[in-house]
Design a protein around this ligand. Structure first.
Ligand code: G6P
Length: 369
């Protein structure tokens, strides 16, 4: 086991640091920015189906559901298609309105999650076309779908999912770009630009790791926090959910992720000088709005940790702790903004002496309903 951990203390931290490679592996052979090549072998016969569909329903559980939420924004923006993201466990027990025109994308690291598998069978029985985005080759979900694209993140051992999430987001982004290209809803310029920017992501994730010591110091300060709030808007909203989930899973600290604008409808009542609030505050379309949300929290003495874009001079002057991430194309933000949150939860859990790789009550793959 020591050898498998490759010199790291835990699988989770090894897997976090593997992300530049696992993201690159998810794109390998599929994307070439210099000549505009983008092809997902497993889906090439189904691209017309994706392009013609009026609605895409994404199903998954846990972290995979969060990857689906990220994909919703990207598909809608680029491919101008209506996307719904559902917890597999809710979808399967309703009487969902679904028919042969619909495309269902099932996301699963293990490919064995019982609820996701049951959701697929239900959608299939109603005539929908099912695609899988799985990590484990030959898994039950991979076999149950009509077609799919593997994430190629390599084996993920830590129960809290890290590299599988970024690989899922990468592959879903490729599918969204390919669909948009086929539909003609993406300009040649945006298409080229996204491919170029995708190729730079592994190096940019590597750059986030330069902040690891700083994140460790922040973790030390908040080791014994009892609650945490994570806030983000747009594509960073699912990242806030994922950051809160990571913290809950391995440190057992209560954490909530919220869309920043919804804060005033509830969570703001929780804010006092003891409440750490993590803001996803990268420079994007909602930047100005996030700035005012930060002011609202500071006015109530909350302690703000901000994930900001490199070179930002405004937000660092307003908050308590700053973690910079490199500038990326807005649609690719989650691939870098989630990394500090994974590290923060890891260091807090280690400092609290938790069993990081096998947290209590959780399983890597939930094969029961
Ligand atoms: C479990 C794992 C999570 C995972 C979820 C979905 O709860 O602990 O890390 O996100 O199942 O698993 P899947 O394999 O379907 O992605």
């Amino acid at each position: 086991e020591t050898i498998e951990k490759g010199g790291y203390d835990h699988f989770m931290i090894k897997e976090i640091f593997e992300q530049p490679r696992s993201i690159a592996d998810s794109m390998r052979g599929r994307l070439r920015a210099d000549d505009g090549h983008l092809q997902l072998g497993g889906l090439s016969n189904y691209l017309d189906k994706l392009a013609e569909s009026d609605r895409i329903v994404i199903v998954g559980c846990g972290t995979s559901w969060h990857a689906g939420l990220v994909a919703e924004y990207i598909f809608e923006e680029l491919a101008r298609v209506n996307v719904e993201v559902e917890y597999a466990s809710e979808f399967r027990y309703r009487n969902p309105v679904i028919n042969e025109k619909d495309v269902v994308i099932a996301i699963s690291q293990s490919g064995e999650t019982a609820d996701t598998l049951a959701a697929i069978e239900l959608a299939k029985s109603k005539g929908a076309t099912i695609f899988g985005v799985c990590n484990v080759v030959g898994s039950s979900i991979a076999r149950a779908t009509h077609a799919g694209a593997y994430t190629h993140a390599g084996p993920e051992i830590g129960v809290a999912s890290t590299k599988a999430f970024t690989a899922q987001v990468t592959v879903l982004t490729l599918i969204a770009i390919a669909t948009a290209k086929r539909k003609g809803t993406i300009s040649e310029e945006t298409y080229r630009q996204l491919l170029i920017e995708l190729e730079t992501i592994p190096a940019k994730v590597e750059k986030v790791f330069e902040n690891a010591d700083k994140i460790k110091e922040i973790a030390f300060i908040f080791t014994y926090a009892r609650n945490f709030i994570y806030l983000g808007r747009g594509l960073n909203f699912p990242v806030a959910l994922e950051g809160a989930l990571k913290l809950k899973e391995i440190s057992y600290i209560h954490a909530e992720g919220y869309p920043a604008a919804e804060m005033k409808h509830g969570p703001i009542a929780l804010i006092d000088e003891d409440m750490p609030v993590v803001f996803l505050a990268t420079k994007d379309g909602s930047y100005e709005k996030i700035v005012s949300n930060i002011q609202e929290v500071k006015a109530r003495k909350g302690r703000v940790i901000g994930i900001v874009t490199e070179g930002d001079t405004l937000i660092p002057g307003m908050i308590d702790f700053v973690i910079e991430v490199p500038k990326v194309h807005e649609l690719l933000t989650p691939l870098v903004s989630v990394i500090p949150l994974q590290l923060l939860s890891y260091y807090i859990a280690v400092m609290r002496g938790r069993n990081v790789d096998q947290p209590r009550n959780l399983a890597k793959s939930v094969t029961v309903e």
